[in-house]
Design a protein around this ligand. Structure first.
Ligand SMILES: Cc1cc2nc3c(=O)[nH]c(=O)nc-3n(C[C@H](O)[C@H](O)[C@H](O)COP(=O)(O)O)c2cc1C
Length: 137
């Protein structure tokens, strides 16, 4: 019998409302605390003007977290790029991997300025796949 709850992945892009490192530290700390308790994993890409985040885990937990995140005043214009049911996680080893765009060795240079605001769902998926490949070396 399969007793695993259904899992989903949600990806969104948003506009930063400030560039403060304090914001990043507090987001990092709260995600390290909350996400393991909710069995959520994922990746937060920190662009120059934007965030691109992938959340994954049990459906209800991810939906509840997403509902909280869209109300957060540290960003605005949150736009969901896709959500989908998944069998396997992409970032199973990270409660929330923080990926500053400067540190990424992009195979294509499209997002080198760190502006993700106009990214398409397919582009976002490629970005997260690249981050995973690079992170696992
Ligand atoms: C870009 C961004 C990403 C965030 N990612 C997470 C996350 O992965 N996990 C989390 O618990 N909160 C995250 N937050 C913070 C939530 O919006 C919210 O402040 C927090 O979950 C509240 O936690 P609490 O209910 O325990 O006080 C994020 C906020 C922003 C702006």
């Amino acid at each position: 019998m399969n007793i695993q709850p259904q899992m989903i992945q949600v990806t969104y892009v948003s506009e930063k409302t400030s560039n403060s490192d304090k914001n990043l530290t507090s987001i990092f700390e709260i995600s390290q605390k909350n996400n393991p308790e909710k069995s959520i994993t994922g990746c937060l890409l920190i662009g120059s003007n934007s965030y691109l985040q992938l959340l994954e885990g049990p459906t209800l937990a991810v939906e509840e977290l997403y509902a909280k995140i869209i109300k957060d005043s540290r960003h605005k214009n949150v736009k969901k790029l896709y959500d989908k049911v998944i069998e396997e996680r992409l970032f199973s080893s990270w409660s929330m991997k923080f990926a500053p765009f400067e540190n990424l060795d992009w195979s294509n240079k499209e997002f080198n300025s760190g502006n993700f605001l106009n990214i398409e769902p397919d582009g976002a998926e490629n970005v997260f796949n690249s981050i995973k490949r690079i992170a696992l070396g």
